[in-house]
Design a binder for this molecule. Structure first.
Ligand code: 13P
Length: 341
């Protein structure tokens, strides 16, 4: 492993004014997104949609540091035969790859999941590196509910995340370590804070045990936020203040950067929260976005599967990417939302 090179890639992924496009929806998830805009989820439509994003020259070259791809996409070519990975590289962004293989029920822990995909991961990483991937992603899912999460679910998921991260670094690939505490329940922000603290502490403990080099990774956490069904929704300022406090308590300064998931927040909420955190300032790591839904909901709607809407889809994507890029520097405000570039 060459740690200096891993660190260089990790820092590039969290360049101020840029962030990561999570375009790694599995076939099941992208079908759900396409169903919502009445587009059939065929291999060609998935390719056309993602090609539209990667050919958004302004967004990709100015605001996007890296793109997380799904296995199908990393092997696909654009309509003119150019590998999609090449389009990303030509824009100046770094190609990345989701390497987990989804979740399975965790034995003895009703309602809880463990992320799978460690078998043969070393061989798969080698092929992804040859194709151009310089970073990877693995997502653990922790749900909050009555009696959950158990310490068992937190432990096994942290263990798998650390196993994955160590294998990535051995393959000269920067691991994005993503322990996601879901915001689906009716829990309040304090409960989210407490659970996320347990999850992050366990994750960093496992990363240490398995000798993962913190300078060569990026953390992708959820924010401390109220559950979607909670009657009392925390303000933007409270989310920002609590998330920063939580991260300071749990994330070593050796980690180069933190790139948040959006997790079901509205587009503008995700931007406002990131912006408010960066306004607080004085943090040991860079804070940016690694959004899926909060970057893609608008372009998906604008595109709606029609070739004649490609320019509109690209405009919508560029706008959201620019808003989040401003937020990554604490320079966003609602007035910017109305200014169309
Ligand atoms: P969302 O921003 O839609 O949560 O997706 C980010 C991601 O990569 C989840 O694994």
């Amino acid at each position: 492993m060459n740690l200096a090179d891993l660190n260089k890639v990790a820092l590039a992924m969290v360049t101020p004014g840029k962030g990561i496009l999570a375009a790694d929806e599995s076939s099941g998830t992208i079908k759900k997104r396409f169903d919502a805009i009445k587009v059939e989820s065929t291999e060609e439509n998935r390719r056309d949609y993602r090609e539209m994003l990667f050919r958004s020259t302004e967004a990709m070259s100015k605001y996007v540091s890296g793109v997380i791809l799904y296995d199908e996409t990393i092997w696909q070519n654009a309509k003119d035969g150019t590998p999609l990975v090449k389009l990303i590289e030509q824009s100046g962004a770094i190609p990345g790859i989701k390497v987990d293989e989804g979740t399975q029920a965790l034995p003895q822990c009703p309602g809880e999941l463990v992320t799978i995909g460690l078998d043969k991961l070393a061989e798969r990483l080698k092929k992804y590196y040859e194709r151009g991937a310089r970073f990877a992603k693995w997502r653990a899912v922790i749900d909050i509910g009555s009696g959950i999460p158990t310490q068992t679910a937190i432990h096994v998921n942290a263990h798998a995340l650390a196993r994955y991260a160590a294998l990535c670094q051995a393959a000269q690939i920067v691991p994005i370590v993503e322990p996601e505490v879901l915001m689906d329940g009716d829990h309040d922000i304090e409960r989210c804070y407490d659970v996320t603290q347990r999850v992050l502490n366990k994750t960093f403990q496992e990363l240490r045990v398995q000798r993962v080099e913190l300078e060569g990774m990026v953390l992708k956490p959820n924010m401390a936020i109220s559950g979607k069904k909670c009657g009392k929704q925390a303000s933007v300022e409270e989310v920002a203040e609590k998330t920063v406090r939580l991260l300071k308590a749990c994330v070593p300064a050796a980690v180069p950067g933190i790139a948040f998931l959006s997790g079901g927040q509205s587009d503008e909420e995700a931007t406002a929260h990131l912006n408010a955190m960066n306004r607080i300032g004085g943090l040991p790591w860079r804070l940016t976005f690694s959004y899926g839904r909060a970057l893609q909901a608008a372009p998906q709607k604008a595109w709606s599967g029609k070739a004649e809407n490609v320019a509109a889809g690209q405009r919508a994507f560029t706008h959201r990417a620019r808003m989040n890029a401003l937020a990554s520097k604490g320079e966003w405000d609602t007035g910017q939302e109305k200014k169309v570039a």
